[in-house]
Design a protein around this ligand. Structure first.
Ligand code: RBF
Length: 350
């Protein structure tokens, strides 16, 4: 009899303990997030060959992997820009996603449009700018600074006695297409940086017309190199490969943007800026999961904040670049970081 009551007491204690632990779990769950946090990552193009897209996808995946209850779907939207609005509309209308994540300066206008139809849908847009829509948070980089770091370096190289440099003082920029960020921030930043190194430099700017045609980019690069350009900054997604091929074949130089790329073509790719897009995607999605993303606001990430820089530590850079140029490039990075040199982004932006 005594044994039986002991048995029942233990059983009751166990049951109470179970119920309590269940309750606390339920409670903490509701205070953090209600159920699964679901993210759709929309790649406006394809991931391969486009560093900003790859970094966004990696950062988002990492944030979701670390969440207890996250799910992620990565969708490649393809190169037909006319289809992006409809594709984003389909994602929003499914009501399956707590957050739609994307990146590039054209996405805020598209998502703003979709948001009118689906006001409950939240968006996190990297590399784009829009203020005042309560459903959208944007995070872009100071591309004037990034362009400047690149242009200053190109200016030093073209003014140097390096093997691939001639005396023409011509540098180049090849872009996938013309868009406001390119025309109002990247290209002006690049030209201003070059001028800061040497006021006699001219910039040859060409456009591929899309983000994949490597053959077209190669022929543009060949014609630029033939006309006396000795170093080209390429911002053309998958088409960048054509510029690298031309540089390699002609003993000329290439600069890359957004991700440190020296290993892809040692001695040809001699300079590279870097943006911390993977970190941005990761950290900001973590904020969104815990309900701390400031929708309606727009952030601009800078050299000072550690989001934009030039990779001047890579072994191939240290090996291939003359000491004097290294010294001057480092000084400029520090001057931008400290605020001695200020390069503001234009205010507008779509
Ligand atoms: N950059 C890429 O690397 N790959 C792309 O496919 C690509 N597509 C773009 C499409 C549009 C409509 C716009 C406005 C920009 C695109 N960019 C692309 C440029 C990208 O957003 C960014 O400016 C550059 O990668 C430099 O950081």
């Amino acid at each position: 009899m005594a044994n039986k009551s002991v048995f029942y007491s233990i059983l009751i204690i166990i049951l109470i303990a179970f119920t309590l632990s269940g309750c606390t779990k339920e409670k903490s769950k509701t205070t953090e997030v209600s159920d699964t946090y679901s993210v759709a990552v929309f790649v406006p193009g394809v991931i391969a060959g486009s560093p900003t897209y790859e970094m966004m996808a990696n950062g988002a995946q990492k944030a979701i992997d670390e969440a207890d209850n996250g799910s992620i779907k990565i969708i490649e939207g393809g190169y037909n820009q006319g289809e992006w609005l409809e594709k984003i509309t389909v994602l929003a209308s499914s009501k399956e996603y707590d957050l739609i994540v994307s990146t590039n300066p054209a996405m805020p206008a598209i998502c703003d449009e979709v948001s009118k139809q689906f006001p409950d849908q939240k968006f996190f847009l990297l590399d784009g700018f829009l203020e005042g829509n309560k459903s959208i948070y944007t995070f872009r980089y100071n591309q004037m600074e990034q362009g400047f770091l690149s242009g200053y370096f190109a200016g030093l190289v073209t003014s140097s006695k390096m093997d691939g440099a001639n005396s023409d003082l011509k540098i180049g920029l090849i872009a996938g297409q013309e868009y406001p960020d390119m025309m109002q921030a990247i290209l002006p930043g690049f030209s201003t940086g070059a001028e800061y190194a040497n006021s006699s430099i001219t910039v040859d700017f060409r456009v591929v017309g899309n983000w994949y045609d490597a053959e077209k980019a190669r022929s543009l690069a060949v014609s630029m190199y033939n006309s006396g350009v000795d170093i080209i900054l390429t911002i053309a997604g998958g088409a960048n490969q054509g510029v690298i091929t031309a540089g390699r074949n002609m003993g000329k130089y290439v600069l890359m943007y957004d991700v440190s790329s020296y290993d892809d073509a040692p001695g040809v790719i001699i300079g590279s800026t870097v943006i911390r897009q993977e970190r941005a995607a990761y950290e900001k999605i973590k904020l969104a999961i815990t309900d701390r993303m400031e929708f309606g606001t727009a952030e601009i990430a800078t050299v000072k904040g550690g989001w934009v820089t030039f990779d001047n530590k890579h072994p191939l850079y240290l090996k291939n670049i003359p000491q004097e140029i290294q010294k001057r490039e480092s000084t400029i990075i520090n001057q931008i970081a400290s605020g001695d040199i200020t390069l503001k982004m234009p205010v507008n932006q779509e």
